[in-house]
Write a protein that binds this ligand. Structure first.
Ligand SMILES: C[S@@+](CC[C@H](N)C(=O)[O-])C[C@H]1O[C@@H](n2cnc3c(N)ncnc32)[C@H](O)[C@@H]1O
Length: 252
């Protein structure tokens, strides 16, 4: 897979991304997926579903900017799940980063977040989104301080981590029941791009070994417990739940 772009001056940067994430070796079934780089950065397109539009990572404008300014509050389920309290801002390792949405929510709430992503195409999108954010005059320094990614599988990276991690956050893919338009476009593309993360159970023991305080697993409400392991507590939202495995109390 190569990155298409009208900008000749970006060839070196794009070649670096192609190389870093080994995009040439990635199996692109029937050339279904394409990567483009335009004035808004790197984006993914699915050629048989033009209506879906582009999928890209944007930490700087739109919904991300709003969230950064207004946070979303420590009352929201994800904040409760990772144990955010007054004065407590844990270091979180997001072992299944995807496009970094949840990681950004956590960073906006004050956490320092390390992101792991193993899918080369998703990792390239995430990397480019982070690079553009790092260069932003307003949030660049804050982003560099609070969000960094590592390309690879958490199956290898979690046991090797030397970071002092309070919380490991996991949100592996799980088969969606709902095939209707209700399933967000991004989720549908992800199903085809990434598959089902059938090896996700194996992440829990490594996550529990690494986290000082807790492991949080995001699941659709109908999914079984990860690794068939009962959580210490469950925080339910409309369609998802956060299974929380507590190791130690959150303190400053
Ligand atoms: C459901 S998405 C995560 C979405 C993410 N929480 C967000 O808010 O954008 C799951 C992602 O985890 C990645 N993933 C699954 N297992 C992984 C592993 N063992 N190591 C690294 N990434 C993994 C998949 O490639 C996929 O991109």
């Amino acid at each position: 897979m190569i990155i298409h772009s009208p900008f000749a001056e970006l060839r070196d940067y794009l070649a670096k991304i192609e190389q870093q994430f080994n995009l040439a070796a990635w199996h692109n079934p029937n050339n279904l997926f394409q990567l483009h780089y335009d004035e808004l950065g790197l984006s993914l397109h699915k050629t048989d579903e033009k209506k879906l539009g582009a999928i890209r990572v944007d930490f700087v404008t739109g919904a991300a900017a709003h969230r950064r300014k207004f946070g979303g509050g420590k009352g929201q389920a994800i904040a409760k799940a990772v144990g955010l309290n007054k004065g407590v801002t844990p270091t979180v390792l997001d072992g299944t980063a995807g496009l970094g949405r949840d990681a950004f929510v956590l960073a906006a709430l004050g956490c320092k977040v390390i992101l792991h992503e193993r899918n080369p195409v998703v990792a390239a999108l995430l990397y480019d989104g982070l690079q553009r954010a790092y260069q932003d005059a307003e949030i660049g320094a804050w982003m560099k301080e609070n969000m960094r990614m590592e390309f690879g599988s958490s199956h290898q990276l979690l046991p090797r981590s030397t970071d002092d991690i309070d919380v490991v956050y996991l949100d592996p893919m799980y088969p969606h029941r709902d095939k209707s338009a209700l399933v967000k476009k991004e989720m549908r593309v992800f199903q085809d791009l990434v598959g089902q993360d059938l090896d996700a159970d194996g992440l829990l023991p490594d996550a529990l070994a690494l986290a000082n305080k807790r492991v949080v697993v995001k699941r659709p409400d109908y999914a079984p417990d990860l690794n068939h392991q009962k959580p210490s507590m469950v925080i339910a939202t409309k369609k998802n739940r956060f299974d929380v495995y507590i190791k130690a109390a959150m303190k400053n």
